[in-house]
Ligand binder design. Structure first.
Ligand code: SF4
Length: 270
């Protein structure tokens, strides 16, 4: 809602900048600023660098990573650690315009026509949503809880669609407990469905990220038939850092693996 707080309902961005730029939108004003200093930066660093430059940690930043800059067809537009507008290549559209990021800060507030009634309606919604079994499970495990159902019933794709079930699959949501530092939520949501996690030991010690969603569990677990939960955590971190669609990446890796197994892709090709 930051854009609305800044006085805008939506943006239409036409044309292409001569060089890297970002938009700075604040309380009714829009500035085009030089982004050459952040071009090439990953999703996490881009957001921090923009906030530093603008001198306000409350600024919300939507941006592309290196994938969007390089016009990868399944590049995402990202906000925060993991929130992605994915699957349609919108990151490549931003990259094609040399638009690295859109930073927004709004303090204009919202006029509410019936404030008391709205509050009461909100209270009822929270009560209703919070009492559902679905919300309670989501609060604990996030979308990863879906894996148990879909894998058991053969509704997943494994080894580039060669199988519809991960035989002996052991990437259940409960594994996240070992790495979780607590949960995080989107603006105004009571569910807080994503885990903040950190890998504490091994070659990826120190890796911090949020999630993973069921889709990353699918990409780096089911699609490639991998039973190592840490691989999912690292894969999730990498796709979010580069700003690229997690399911597309998982499918491509699984496809390449099958090609290699069948001898169509060889060591000479890689
Ligand atoms: S925190 Fe709430 S709004 Fe955000 S993804 Fe989870 S359930 Fe959806």
């Amino acid at each position: 809602p930051e854009l609305r707080f800044a006085g805008f309902d939506h943006l239409v961005i036409k044309g292409k900048a001569d060089g890297p730029v970002y938009l700075w939108i604040h309380d009714g004003e829009i500035e085009i600023r030089d982004a050459s200093g952040i071009w090439g930066e990953n999703i996490f660093d881009t957001q921090e660098l923009v906030k530093d430059e603008l001198g306000d940690p409350e600024v919300k930043v939507l941006c592309i990573g290196v994938a969007g800059e390089k016009l990868v067809r399944f590049a995402n537009v990202m906000t925060g650690m993991k929130n992605a507008a994915g699957r349609t290549g919108m990151g490549a559209v931003m990259g094609s315009k040399n638009l690295k990021a859109i930073a927004v800060r709004g303090t204009m507030g919202l006029e509410i026509r019936f404030p008391e009634e709205s509050l009461e309606y909100n209270r009822q919604l929270i009560e209703h949503i919070g009492s559902t079994k679905f919300a309670q499970i989501m609060q604990k495990w996030g979308t990863m809880f879906i894996y148990g159902v879909t894998n058991t019933t053969g509704l997943v794709r494994v080894r580039n669609f060669q199988l519809n079930q991960q035989i002996g699959g052991n990437i259940e949501c409960e594994h996240i407990e070992k790495y979780s530092l607590g949960t995080e939520g989107c603006y105004g949501c009571i569910i807080h469905c994503r885990h903040k996690y950190q890998i504490k030991n091994g070659p990826y010690a120190g890796t911090y990220a949020e999630g993973p969603e069921y889709t990353s569990q699918g990409a780096f677990g089911m699609e490639v038939d991998c039973n190592n939960f840490e691989t999912i955590l690292v894969g999730n971190h990498l796709v979010n850092m580069y700003g690229v669609d997690t399911l597309e990446i998982g499918s491509m890796i699984a496809w390449a693996m099958e090609l290699y197994e069948k001898g169509i892709l060889t060591d000479e090709d890689t």
